[in-house]
Ligand binder design. Structure first.
Ligand SMILES: *Cc1c(COP(=O)(O)O)cnc(C)c1O
Length: 463
């Protein structure tokens, strides 16, 4: 039985029309896109679940803030408003706006990572991994084993395997570990949360070996909601109190504000210690890459919307509704016996495409096959989070096999309604029911050397 859908804690004041093409038109469009969903035009998509990044609906207050944005090159009042909000929520000494999450990585990572160094994470997000490698270092994932079994349900499935992390530190030498990165929630493992206890234990090991500890904070509010819901001792704490404790364990954070901060563009870097010598390096890199440090590649209006979004994103009624949408989708998938990374994560459903297409090997990209079929089925755009996204070994250039072959339905914030969720579930079930008719996957006919899934061209493998 489907769980009850939690009603939206808002009403709709402005609409954006969407339309569904015919099945024949969709088949033609995906072929013209060389079977890469990033090549589709937005207008040819009915329900766009490619990403929850920057696809959020801003509130009337945020749009009002856009009109108040102060466009001063230096010292804009919107900048000070943002800094105050950031300091208040995270209890950090320094807040730096940047234009998006990867800009935060580009500015911060080279100050810790160089050739020969390693960075350890519960799991690196794709651009985060890319920035570790662009800095010359190597990225090591260290998520708990439970995360690798999609149908195994456990709380805090995004956690770092702390024991394994310490073994890696000892094996590579503590002096060679440039950075530990905790991704909250753990996006690549299915938007799975990290517990407060795990953050604390990770911090203890980082201190012991004198390794800087960074939080990749894109979905910090959803993570805090999970801690409040599921971790003992946090039921009576406010989301803000939980966030402050989470961030107290790290030295700094990089954030894509396009996720939980409910804006369309923006990012942040935070440093706990207001006296840290790191701040001067951040400012210098920011000026070179992003712009003067009081705007960091953003317009004054973006800074203003971001400052407001920081508070809207941690509102508990909003988070309960947001989580409720995920629970509703999960219960429809459960009823149909669809396997996904369970329990459902914070920002989307990660469908086990390997379970739907057991006949398709990892090097023919089952996650991409399901993504293509969902577009053909109902005009839904999703993406592969599997071997297709993972790419090739940077040293041997061989195709890597991912731990998962997921197709991700990433849910934009405050955008889709219950009826859209029913269309998503119906489409997945319909594809599963005809999956045996699909014998082969796809091959790559062209790919760039890094972050290939955005640009690669694919073709169906024929008999
Ligand atoms: C989105 C994301 C990033 C990168 O942020 P962008 O704003 O897309 O550049 C980094 N880490 C995680 C976990 C993310 O989800």
């Amino acid at each position: 039985m489907a769980v009850k859908y939690i009603p939206e804690p808002f009403r709709i004041k402005m609409v954006e029309p969407i339309k569904m093409l015919t099945r024949e038109e969709r088949k033609q469009k995906i072929k013209e896109a060389n079977y890469n969903l990033f090549n589709l035009k937005g207008e040819d998509v009915y329900i766009d679940l490619l990403t929850d990044s920057g696809t959020n609906a801003m509130s009337d207050r945020q749009w009002g803030g856009v009109m108040h944005g102060d466009e001063a090159y230096a010292g804009s009042s919107s900048y000070f408003k943002l800094v105050e909000a950031g300091k208040d929520i995270f209890n950090y000494g320094y807040i730096q706006p940047v234009h998006q999450g990867r800009a935060a990585e580009k500015v911060l990572f080279p100050t810790f990572l160089t050739k020969g160094k390693f960075a350890i994470s519960n799991m690196f997000f794709d651009t985060t991994r890319a920035h570790v490698e662009l800095a010359g270092a190597r990225a090591i994932d260290c998520v708990i084993e439970e995360a690798k079994n999609p149908s195994h349900r456990c709380k805090f499935k995004g956690n770092m395997d702390v024991k394994k992390m310490e073994e890696i530190i000892l094996e590579k030498g503590a002096e060679n570990i440039g950075l530990v990165v905790m991704t909250i929630t753990n996006n690549s493992a299915g938007g799975q949360p990290v517990s407060m206890a795990n953050l604390r234990e990770t911090a203890i090991i980082c201190k012991k070996y004198n390794i800087p500890f960074n939080i990749d904070a894109a979905r910090y509010a959803e993570n805090a909601y999970f801690i409040k819901r599921d971790e003992e001792g946090y039921q009576d704490k406010s989301i803000k109190q939980i966030i402050r404790e989470m961030f107290s364990y790290a030295d700094m954070f990089t954030m894509s504000a396009k996720k939980d901060t409910i804006v369309n563009m923006g990012g942040l870097i935070g440093v706990k210690d207001a006296e840290s010598p790191l701040i001067l390096k951040i400012k210098a890199n920011c000026i070179s890459y992003e712009g003067f440090f009081t705007y960091g590649g953003l317009s004054g209006r973006d800074l203003e919307a971001l400052a407001i979004g920081l508070y809207e994103g941690i509102d508990e009624d909003y988070l309960r509704y947001r989580n409720g949408q995920m629970e509703y989708l999960a219960s429809r998938l459960d009823d149909a016996g669809i396997i996904y990374q369970a329990p459902i994560g914070g920002h989307g459903a990660f469908i086990d495409a390997k379970a739907i297409f057991p006949q398709i090997p990892y090097y023919e990209f089952p996650g991409q096959v399901l993504a293509i079929e969902l577009y053909i089925e109902a005009g839904i755009r999703t993406c592969d989070i599997g071997s297709y996204m993972l790419g090739n070994d940077p040293d041997t250039k061989e195709q890597l096999q991912a731990d998962f072959e997921f197709t991700r339905l990433a849910i934009p914030r405050r955008v889709y309604t219950q009826a859209h969720f029913d269309i998503m579930a119906d489409a997945i079930i319909a594809v599963r029911d005809r999956a045996h008719e699909i014998k082969h996957g796809y091959k790559i006919t062209w790919e760039p050397p890094i972050l290939r899934h955005f640009q690669a061209l694919l073709a169906p493998i024929e008999e």
